[in-house]
Write a protein that binds this ligand. Structure first.
Ligand code: PEP
Ligand code: MN
Length: 279
């Protein structure tokens, strides 16, 4: 072994992994768009966003029922009641549900109601939680820690896979730097590095990556142009009244435009890759 990794290495699956998430898949050449509110706030709020997301053609829905908030006094999420609303979204709109778990009890609940277990940036090195989701039956969306190196990020994925769960999707969501013009610095250079090192799909979160509504579309487009397997974006019916992350939320109308533009761009990127590989 020349690298600290065993299971994530690209040469094991040179064509890249497609991970089954509910009725659809992420990776393997398709474009995955995951959209929804930062937090599940109410059935009305969630259904309004879900209707817009389903109408846009996206196949995956996001929304947190357990929120890792910086302040203990901020809205912490609806818990199991929120997960039940998400399960209803799957029934009504046929969207596959991606939602965060922060502890073992949360993982068990997400397994019951959701399709994909999100491990947030703050838990990327919670090794006991990584081992626990490594024994789960649902796929895992693993977000990069806000100061994690590529190696630390990939070894976190290796932790999950070493327990037997090979269904891991990586997510770049911005890292801490000295910049103050955005919430985080979205590190798109990790996309080619990940594609070279591992067979796991890599998606990008331009919402947490920038924290600014007007930056979400250009960074989502840049991510797909750079070879990302998809994006995860926050959408809210009334961003100004959001209980969490309103400044980075797209409106339903903005999201519909973004989804169309991403599909077009992904088609162009694929066509260009096909031409270049024949040349
Ligand atoms: C989220 O996706 O809502 C979230 C809390 O993201 P992160 O863990 O990347 O901060
Ligand atoms: Mn958020």
């Amino acid at each position: 072994m020349t690298k600290p990794y065993k299971l994530i290495q690209r040469h094991i699956r040179p064509e890249g992994s497609a991970i089954q998430v509910g009725t659809s898949s992420i990776g393997g050449g398709s474009l995955a768009v995951i959209a929804g509110p930062c937090a599940v706030e109410s059935a009305e709020q969630v259904f309004a966003v879900a209707e817009a997301v389903a109408a846009s053609g996206a196949r995956f829905f996001r929304g947190g029922a357990f929120k890792p908030r910086t302040s203990p006094y901020a809205f912490q999420g609806m818990g199991e009641a929120g997960l039940k609303i998400l399960a209803e979204v799957r029934e009504r709109f046929g969207l596959n549900i991606v939602t965060e778990a922060m502890d073992e009890a949360g993982v068990d609940m997400v397994e019951k109601y959701g399709d994909c277990i999100q491990i947030g940036a703050r838990n990327m090195q919670n090794f006991s939680l990584l081992k626990y989701v490594g024994r789960a039956t649902k796929p895992v969306l693993l977000k990069r820690g806000m100061s994690a190196t590529l190696e630390e990020f990939l070894l976190a994925a290796e932790y999950i896979m070493a327990e037997g769960n090979y269904n891991v999707i990586l997510c770049e969501r911005g890292i801490r730097t000295f910049g103050t013009h955005a919430r985080n610095t979205l590190d798109l250079s990790i996309i080619p590095a990940i594609r070279r090192t591992t067979h796991l799909p890599i998606i990008v979160d331009p919402s947490h990556g920038t924290g600014r509504n007007y930056m979400v579309e250009p960074m989502a487009m840049a991510a797909v142009a750079a070879g990302a397997d998809g994006v995860i974006v926050e959408v809210h019916p009334e961003p100004e009244n959001a209980l969490c992350d309103g400044a980075q939320a797209l409106t339903a109308e903005q999201f519909a435009v973004l989804e169309q533009r991403l599909e077009m761009l992904h088609g162009a990127v694929n066509a260009e890759e096909a031409v270049m590989s024949r040349a």
